[in-house]
Design a protein around this ligand. Structure first.
Ligand code: ADP
Ligand code: ZN
Length: 439
């Protein structure tokens, strides 16, 4: 694939120039935030930092962090830096891990965000020749609007489908010849399943690429989706607090996502101590937005765990790359004292020939954690005899034990009995919460 860029001057900027640009923008942005956001000014005052102490990115570590709890405390207007009359839109987080957060946008904020999404589409090979089917949810969730705006900016013929109504998605995909698909990876996998059921083979659609994000997904799941839809599947990362999807996106290498460093500074910290870790370390991703007007974010702790790398990329982009988030620090389950991430479970399932349709159920009986995983059988395995099912459950249980270090109880269930999600998948039901156990 030939390398194309939406904004080549930014995307291929020499590393020294990126640094210079970030230094300049940071000094200005800190002054702006100090003058306009009382909440953050108070945090800076408490830490004894003044705007004039910040002369460049080296001084970033002097600044206080912002956490999701700060955003909840400041809800709704406490972090707003402009007059409401200068804002043109509001979005809100999906509330995956608690109370929703609302974010405000000026027109410039929207333009910057949509350009980031346009970069992602072009990096995945998109152009004005493409028909881009957007089936992320539209509305308060940022997925739909972000990719929709990006698709417009690239000049694709945009299909604003929003999520749901799978029959209609498939009909339009076929009738209107969609070449790009944008949705959550779990919905992409569900679409693949439905296409197969309707008797379509991967060659029957015109899709060539998909841009999937908003939730964690594994390499195994990528291979599965690519095969089912006959496409290249690219990852996209972002969060409402920083704008939405498009903070980082994959290029033709499909090995990590380039972070839009002209707009965002990324740091990796130790989630326990807050200490900044050197490049290449695994830790929590922290972002400082350099251009946001309405809802600035300085050293925002994402709780997403990943690794950054500055290895030269064959696509020609110079922006630092982040690995797929290995789950959120708050996605991590502590089961019988052992740390477990849903992504580990997904990897075992896909490696053992199961689709990623599963649900984890945690409970506490007699002061001890119970750990059950419901896994759907494939239609071809169903209905097996009870004896065969028990043997398969045992085999999967052993594979889980090898990966996780603890033994879950596996229940193979009939195809299509685990609820599908049109947005982010619900993988965990933690009944221990009713005892006030926080994980
Ligand atoms: P919420 O935190 O309520 O889910 P958002 O809808 O803003 O709110 O989602 C942002 C979060 O979604 C990120 O912090 C990250 O945990 C997750 N996320 C987004 N894109 C990806 C991706 N490509 N891979 C893994 N996780 C992602
Ligand atoms: Zn690249």
């Amino acid at each position: 694939m030939e390398n194309k860029y939406f904004q080549p001057e930014a995307e291929t900027m020499p590393v020294e120039e990126i640094k210079k640009l970030q230094d300049e923008k940071l000094v200005k942005q800190i002054r702006y935030v100090y003058d306009n956001v009382k909440y953050y000014r108070d945090l800076m005052d408490k830490k004894g930092v003044k705007p004039e102490d910040i002369k460049g990115t080296e001084d970033l570590c002097k600044l206080p962090f912002l956490k999701k709890d700060d955003l909840r405390e400041a809800y709704p207007y406490g972090l707003l830096a402009t007059d409401l009359k200068d804002c043109v839109r509001i979005h809100s987080t999906s509330g995956t891990t608690g109370k929703r957060v609302v974010a405000f946008y000026t027109q410039n904020d929207i333009d910057m965000w949509e350009e980031c999404c346009a970069r992602a589409i072009v990096a995945a090979g998109g152009s004005s020749d493409d028909v881009c089917q957007v089936c992320y949810g539209y509305g308060l969730f940022t997925g739909g609007s972000g990719l929709h705006g990006g698709s417009h900016k690239v000049g694709c013929l945009t299909l604003p489908m929003s999520s749901g109504n799978t029959d209609r998605q498939i009909q339009f995909m076929m009738d209107l010849g969609s070449t790009f698909l944008c949705c959550t990876p779990s919905y992409a996998s569900y679409l693949g399943e439905n296409l197969k059921e309707k008797g379509y083979s991967p060659e029957d659609n015109k899709l060539k690429a998909g841009i999937f994000g908003a939730e964690p997904w594994t390499e195994e799941m990528r291979r599965d989706i690519e095969k089912a839809l006959g496409i290249k599947a690219y990852d996209i990362y972002g969060l409402t607090e920083l704008s939405g999807p498009g903070v980082a996106y994959e290029c033709s290498e499909q090995s990590g996502m380039h972070i839009n460093e002209d707009h965002f500074i990324a740091e990796i910290i130790d989630p326990d101590t807050g200490e900044v870790l050197p490049l290449g370390s695994k830790g929590e991703l922290v972002f400082t937005a350099l251009d946001k007007e309405a809802f600035p974010m300085i050293r925002y702790r994402t709780r997403d765990i990943c690794v950054l790398s500055r290895e030269k990329c064959s696509c020609g982009r110079t922006f630092v790359k982040m690995t797929k988030p290995m789950g959120r620090s708050d996605d991590m389950m502590i089961i019988r004292g052992v740390n477990v991430f849903p992504s580990q479970i997904e990897t075992v399932l896909l490696n053992n020939g199961y689709a990623p349709n599963y649900q984890i159920i945690l409970d506490r009986v007699n002061n001890s954690d119970t750990f059950d995983i419901n896994v759907e059988m494939g239609t071809e395995d169903f209905p097996d005899s009870p004896k065969i099912i028990t043997a398969k459950e045992k085999k999967l249980q052993d594979a889980m034990k090898a990966m996780l270090g603890i033994n879950p109880k596996i229940h193979l269930v009939a195809p299509k009995t685990i609820p599908r999600s049109e947005g982010k998948a619900v993988r965990l039901i933690d009944k221990r919460r009713r005892y006030g156990i926080t994980i």
